[in-house]
Design a protein around this ligand. Structure first.
Ligand code: SF4
Ligand code: F3S
Ligand code: FES
Length: 232
């Protein structure tokens, strides 16, 4: 079938603002949007610029706005979208070129929540043991691939870009609820800040956008409850 693919293009050396360009691409129902982008790049316009690496939903580098929703180009297929497909860069992040946005501020927020295990005691001779029940408390939030689909779909983030955003909170949750970690207080302090969890208005766009199916809004509410519990 022929797909009518419309891509928002922007070349900082030539354009004053982004504009739409149309391509007709021959595709099968099981082709993914990433396959269509490759066809355009290799067969029609080699200047088309986008990020991708694994092509299998693991690296998180090809999140973009596809038919109005943030998704991974390598996971969404033509049969799920129809013959008319629009593709644009992730909203709310500074545009660099075509479908490539600047992720630096996004990763800085991720780093701000100290997303690594901090244990006060010396490492044991063997692994740090944890019960299956304790492991289950943060299983969901271990699945994040840092694609930014959540944060860039959040109206609270669009309104206030200093908001730490759902992705950083998900990654803080992963360690706050880990029984082997001892930096819970510090992370809760960071997230109780004016740009922390209280900026969330439970809009759920983040949860809808997450390609890993993480229950993001629930994780944010669990972190907020923990902050309240610690202050009581
Ligand atoms: Fe992407 Fe989901 Fe992680 Fe957000 S929580 S960065 S949407 S994988
Ligand atoms: Fe934004 Fe998600 Fe909260 S969309 S407002 S972080 S529930
Ligand atoms: Fe790696 Fe899509 S290219 S997640």
């Amino acid at each position: 079938m022929q797909v009518d693919l419309r891509i928002l293009r922007y070349d900082p050396e030539r354009d004053t603002k982004p504009h739409e360009e149309r391509y007709t691409v021959e595709a099968g129902p099981m082709d993914r949007v990433l396959d269509l982008l490759h066809k355009v790049k290799y067969e029609q316009d080699g200047t088309l610029t986008f990020r991708r690496s694994c092509a299998h939903g693991v690296c998180g580098s090809d999140a973009m706005l596809i038919n109005g929703r943030n998704r991974l180009a390598c996971k969404i297929r033509v049969d799920q979208l129809g013959r008319k497909i629009t593709v644009a860069p992730l909203p709310g992040l500074p545009l660099i070129k075509d479908l490539v946005v600047d992720m630096e501020a996004f990763f800085a927020k991720f780093r701000s929540v100290q997303p690594y295990l901090q244990a006060a005691d010396m490492p044991p001779m063997r692994e740090r043991r944890q019960s299956a029940e304790d492991r289950a408390k943060f299983d969901d939030t271990t699945k994040c691939i840092l694609c930014a689909a959540c944060t860039s779909s959040c109206p609270s983030f669009w309104a206030q870009p200093s908001y730490v955003g759902p992705a950083a909170i998900v990654n803080a949750h992963r360690f706050i609820f880990d029984s082997r970690d001892d930096a819970e207080e510090e992370r809760l302090e960071i997230l109780a800040d004016k740009d922390g969890v209280w900026r969330c208005r439970t809009i759920f766009n983040c949860t809808d956008a997450c390609p890993r199916g993480i229950h993001i809004t629930q994780a944010i509410l669990e972190v907020s409850s923990k902050i309240v519990e610690h202050r009581a």
